[in-house]
Structure formats: C-alpha cells, structure tokens
Design a protein around this ligand. Structure first.
Ligand SMILES: NC(=O)c1ccc[n+]([C@@H]2O[C@H](COP(=O)([O-])OP(=O)(O)OC[C@H]3O[C@@H](n4cnc5c(N)ncnc54)[C@H](OP(=O)(O)O)[C@@H]3O)[C@@H](O)[C@H]2O)c1
Length: 331
C-alpha cells in the first residue's frame, strides 16, 4: 500500500514557506504480529510544530529532515494483527503529516467515538482543551467573579479557554484579529472583545473593555500583547504563559517589553507551562468538560482543510490567522 506524507526539506530561518516542505510517497508494509495498519482521517495543525522546525531540541526533538513529519492524528484501523484493536476502531497517535502508517497497537490510544466526533480528540476534548484547562485552573487559579483577558480568543486554545472561563464564573475580555473573529468570541460567551488589529492602544482598549484592570491574563501571543498585559494587570495579577506565537518566526533576538518593572511593582505571578507535564489533571478535565458539554455550555469550532497536500498550507495559515477554532486537515 502507498501513503503520501509531508517531509521537511530544510530548517527554516524566520518565516517558513511552502519551499520548506515536500510531498512524498512511502510504501506501507503489511502489519506484523502486534501491529495495526491505520488510515489517518484527521491531522492536528499546531503552532508548537514551528519549534520542531528549528533544528534544535526544545522540550521536544526537532523534526528529521527528509522523513515524515509528526503530529497529533486520529485514524481508523484498517487491518489488525493485535487482539486489542479491530478494523473500524478509531485511534489517536503522533503519526500525523501522513495518510497511513503501520505501528504497534500498544502505542496507540483507542478512542470512544460514541459521544464525540473523532476529531474532537484533537481539539476541545484533547490536548487543545486540556491546555486551556491547565492554564486557567492550575497556572492562574481562576476564581468566580474575576476578570480574565484571553488572547488569540478565536483560536483553538483561546476559544476553549473563553468557554471554560465563563463556565468557571469569570468575566472574560478576549482579543482577536478581525471582525469575523471578534463576532465569534462574543458568540461563545466573551463579555467584551477587542480587535487588536484595529486598535492603536491595546492596553487602553483592554482597560475600557474590562471596566478597569484584569485579574489574570492567558498569554497565547507575546510581543505587544505581553507589554499591554503587564500594563493592565491589577496588583497580584496572574499570567498563564501558554504560548507566544507572534515570536515563533523571529530569526534574531527577541526584544523585551520596556515595562518589566510592573512585575515587581504589582507583585505579578507568571507561570509558564507545557500541557503534557500536567496530565495528572486529565480526569478532572474530562469530568468538568463532560458536565459543561451536557449543560450545553461548549461549542467546538473547527477550520478544516482537505487533503494531505494542504497540510503545509494549513500550518502556515496559523501564522496568518486563517483559522477560526481548531485548525485541522481531513485526509
Ligand atoms: N503550553 C502548551 O502546552 C501549549 C499547548 C498548545 C498550544 N500552545 C500555544 O497556545 C497558543 C495558541 O495555540 P492554538 O493551537 O490554539 O493556535 P490558534 O490560536 O488556533 O492559532 C493561532 C492564532 O494565533 C494568532 N496569531 C498568529 N500570529 C499572530 C501574531 N503575529 N500576532 C498576534 N496573533 C497571532 C492568530 O489569530 P488572530 O487572527 O486572532 O491573530 C491565529 O489564528 C500558541 O501560542 C501555542 O503555541 C501551548
């Protein structure tokens, strides 16, 4: 059997482009004892993949040049040589950026697709939702009645975070780029929304939207957002440093905000985190998410591109804000 897959051809410096990716074809062997053949159906598209394109180890190894790239994927078992899985079962793996693969069954997570669509496990019910949950619950410790600023509010983590924060009883100010995205943030519950692309004074706009300062900031963006957050946080404010996508394509040194003294003067707390270090919260997350879903408090939104050949374009689109909710590729 043949499977198409995406290779990284060189480690990009600065902004990546289509020239850094190649579509290749691989022969997929028949599964041996203990293995399964899986046809991927949904591929996750994530900003952290940019870090794996740097050629250096961060908290995860870099992608290998000239080999199939990796990422979250959900697929259907086509052939099985392991009693734990049968054809038609849905599984999750890190064998993304490809159409099909053979792998040991014991390394795959079997999915229950009776209550949720399979791709939800890459989005709101997967690491994306878990990231928002860990940031709000453990990093910020969000309390009922507090005011939160959620950045990249129309994105995957941001849109999950707005809804979770509302379910936790907080007031939410969201930022996003463009009218379609700000409307979406309001639809999913944000109390006030700022279009950062049309605002020349972000800190002032957030203050006005919040009716004063904010108790907590969920950092997905970095750059000018970070500077504005130090400005608008109240004394003892908390920041969950989840990501800084505005900086991921920087080729040189990253400038620091010129208002860092606010960290001292306002006794701010900043906690960076990587979601996979907090998997002990998975049970709690599933319990809360199930409850919120059953109460009709959660809407999952996806932007879907079709075909493995469109995976690089979907990835590059994250940096141009082309997604509303979770960016996925259907294969
Ligand atoms: N710590 C962890 O374990 C963890 C796990 C998952 C994700 N993350 C981080 O969480 C953040 C969100 O990830 P996601 O998967 O949910 O992606 P996402 O928010 O769905 O997609 C990225 C969004 O970022 C915004 N953006 C892109 N370039 C920007 C720029 N230069 N300035 C301002 N905004 C920009 C765009 O929205 P606009 O159109 O609104 O600008 C874009 O839609 C990322 O920083 C990611 O690295 C961290």
């Amino acid at each position: 059997m043949k499977s198409r897959e995406i290779h990284l051809t060189e480690y990009p410096k600065g902004e990546p482009g289509p020239q850094h990716f190649a579509l290749a074809e691989a022969d997929i062997p028949a599964p041996k004892d203990g293995e399964v053949l899986v046809r991927n159906r949904w591929l996750s598209v994530d900003p952290y993949m940019r870090g794996r394109m740097s050629g250096m180890r961060t908290y995860v190894d870099p992608f290998q040049l000239g080999a199939a790239m990796e990422g979250g994927a959900v697929g259907e078992v086509v052939e099985s040589k392991d009693p734990a899985l049968k054809p038609g079962d849905w599984v999750m793996s890190m064998n993304g950026w490809r159409e099909a693969y053979v792998a040991p069954a014991k390394g795959l997570q079997k999915l229950d697709v009776s209550a949720l669509p399979p791709q939800a496990y890459l989005g709101i019910a997967g690491l994306t939702g878990m990231t928002a949950y860990v940031g709000l619950k453990r990093m910020i410790g969000l309390k009922e009645g507090e005011t939160l600023w959620m950045s990249a509010g129309a994105g995957a983590v941001g849109s999950a975070g707005i809804q979770f924060a509302k379910a936790m009883g907080a007031k939410v100010v969201a930022t996003a780029g463009g009218a379609e995205k700000t409307t979406f943030c309001r639809e999913i519950g944000a109390d006030a929304v700022v279009d950062y692309k049309t605002t020349d004074n972000l800190a002032k706009a957030i203050r006005e939207a919040a009716g004063g300062g904010v108790d907590a900031y969920f950092e997905n963006v970095g750059g000018a957002h970070w500077t504005a957050a130090l400005e608008v946080l109240k004394p003892k404010g908390r920041i969950a440093a989840c990501g800084m996508i505005a900086r991921y394509n920087d080729a040189g040194a990253q400038p620091l905000p010129d208002n860092l003294t606010h960290i001292v003067a306002k006794s701010l707390s900043i906690r960076g985190f990587i979601v996979i270090d907090h998997m002990d919260m998975l049970g709690e997350f599933i319990t809360d998410l199930s409850g919120w879903m059953m109460a009709g408090k959660i809407k999952a939104r996806e932007t879907v591109r079709e075909g493995i050949e469109n995976m690089p374009g979907a990835f590059l689109g994250l940096f141009r804000g082309e997604n509303l909710g979770k960016m996925l590729v259907k294969v």
